[in-house]
Design a protein around this ligand. Sequence first.
Ligand code: SAH
Ligand code: SF4
Length: 365
Amino acid sequence: MTTNLLDFDLDALTHWCVVQGEKPFRARQLSRWIHQRGETSFARMSDLGRGFSERLSGIAEVRELPLRADQIAPDGTRKILFDVGGGNAVESVFIPETDRGTLCISTQAGCALDCQFCSTGKQGFNRNLTTGEIIGQLWWARRALGDFAPEVRERRITNVVLMGMGEPLLNFDATVAALRLMLDDHAYGLSRRRVTVSTSGIVPGIDRLREACPVALAISLHAPNDALRDSLMPINRKYPLRELLAACHRYLERAPRDFITFEYVMLDGVNDGTEHARELAVLLRDLPCKFNLIPFNPFPGAAFGGTPMERIRRFQARLMDSGYVTTLRKTRGQSIDAACGQLAGEIQDRTRRTLRLRLAAEASS
Ligand code: SAH
Ligand code: SF4
């Protein structure tokens, strides 16, 4: 199999070029062609030198992710589903807003952490994505949105969040290589604050990320105490709140002007009471942070309901009264099920159903 150049960050690409007997600067040229212009044909990479580009054509490629579905909702939210083989699909969502465009990407096919409110968690874990599959989502979306065109000055994708399927810090190496490409001036050149890793709270992963690539950090909190968080997110039994918050403090020591974003999904009658808001205010007292309240996205078989909007607003007001910047995530693209893990879950179901039907048909013939 040929080498997929999307699998390399710039250091790895430089090493690979040197192994091929080329000068290190060839890696920067290649990176600019691939990640800044979206070029896949080595023959068209005009400054590589004919010998090298001919050789590349035999040993390497820029491997595109196969597409399963691409849907655009009336509000402009675009949901893209990629086939990653073995009956698995992962999704990316592009969310346009007036002053920015955010691409949400996946890091694993499925997730092992089994959070009770999460459709991805309910699908179980299939496998880690490779660096090429993670960065390939951004590469694909940039091309589809026209961001690679040389005359485009204002890119449509200004921010990237790792909030799609999977737990990024349990696929650490591939995720960090992809993050480095996002930040690299010879690749996507995004600023550190415009790239966000969202984690369920993998404490050793947070510490490693701080050393390897301290981008903006979001923590899926969802509960103000260990008893409730244990019941919603089994990972809390391994890394309880005290340890998690200590890791957040250590993270901010490395980036003192930053803050942590706490994501909090609003589950009706579960974590959305006055007492929970009060507990949160005390828990996070001395940590520079903000809240992002997320309306619950229901999915078939979910054991929860979403908090009604007026109570979400009341919860928001309580946190703001306690001095916390608290934003409310808009529900976007509902007509195309653009909620975390949903479309992939549906497709996976359908695939399984198709498989079952086929097996049933084979058995009866
Ligand atoms: N595994 C990482 C990143 C992916 S999940 C994490 O857990 O942080 C991205 C965000 O969507 C998380 O905050 C997650 O808790 C939230 N989420 C999961 N299922 C949801 C649902 N059904 N409704 C609303 N938000 C959900
Ligand atoms: Fe995994 Fe995040 Fe879903 Fe939890 S919320 S199951 S960590 S993807």
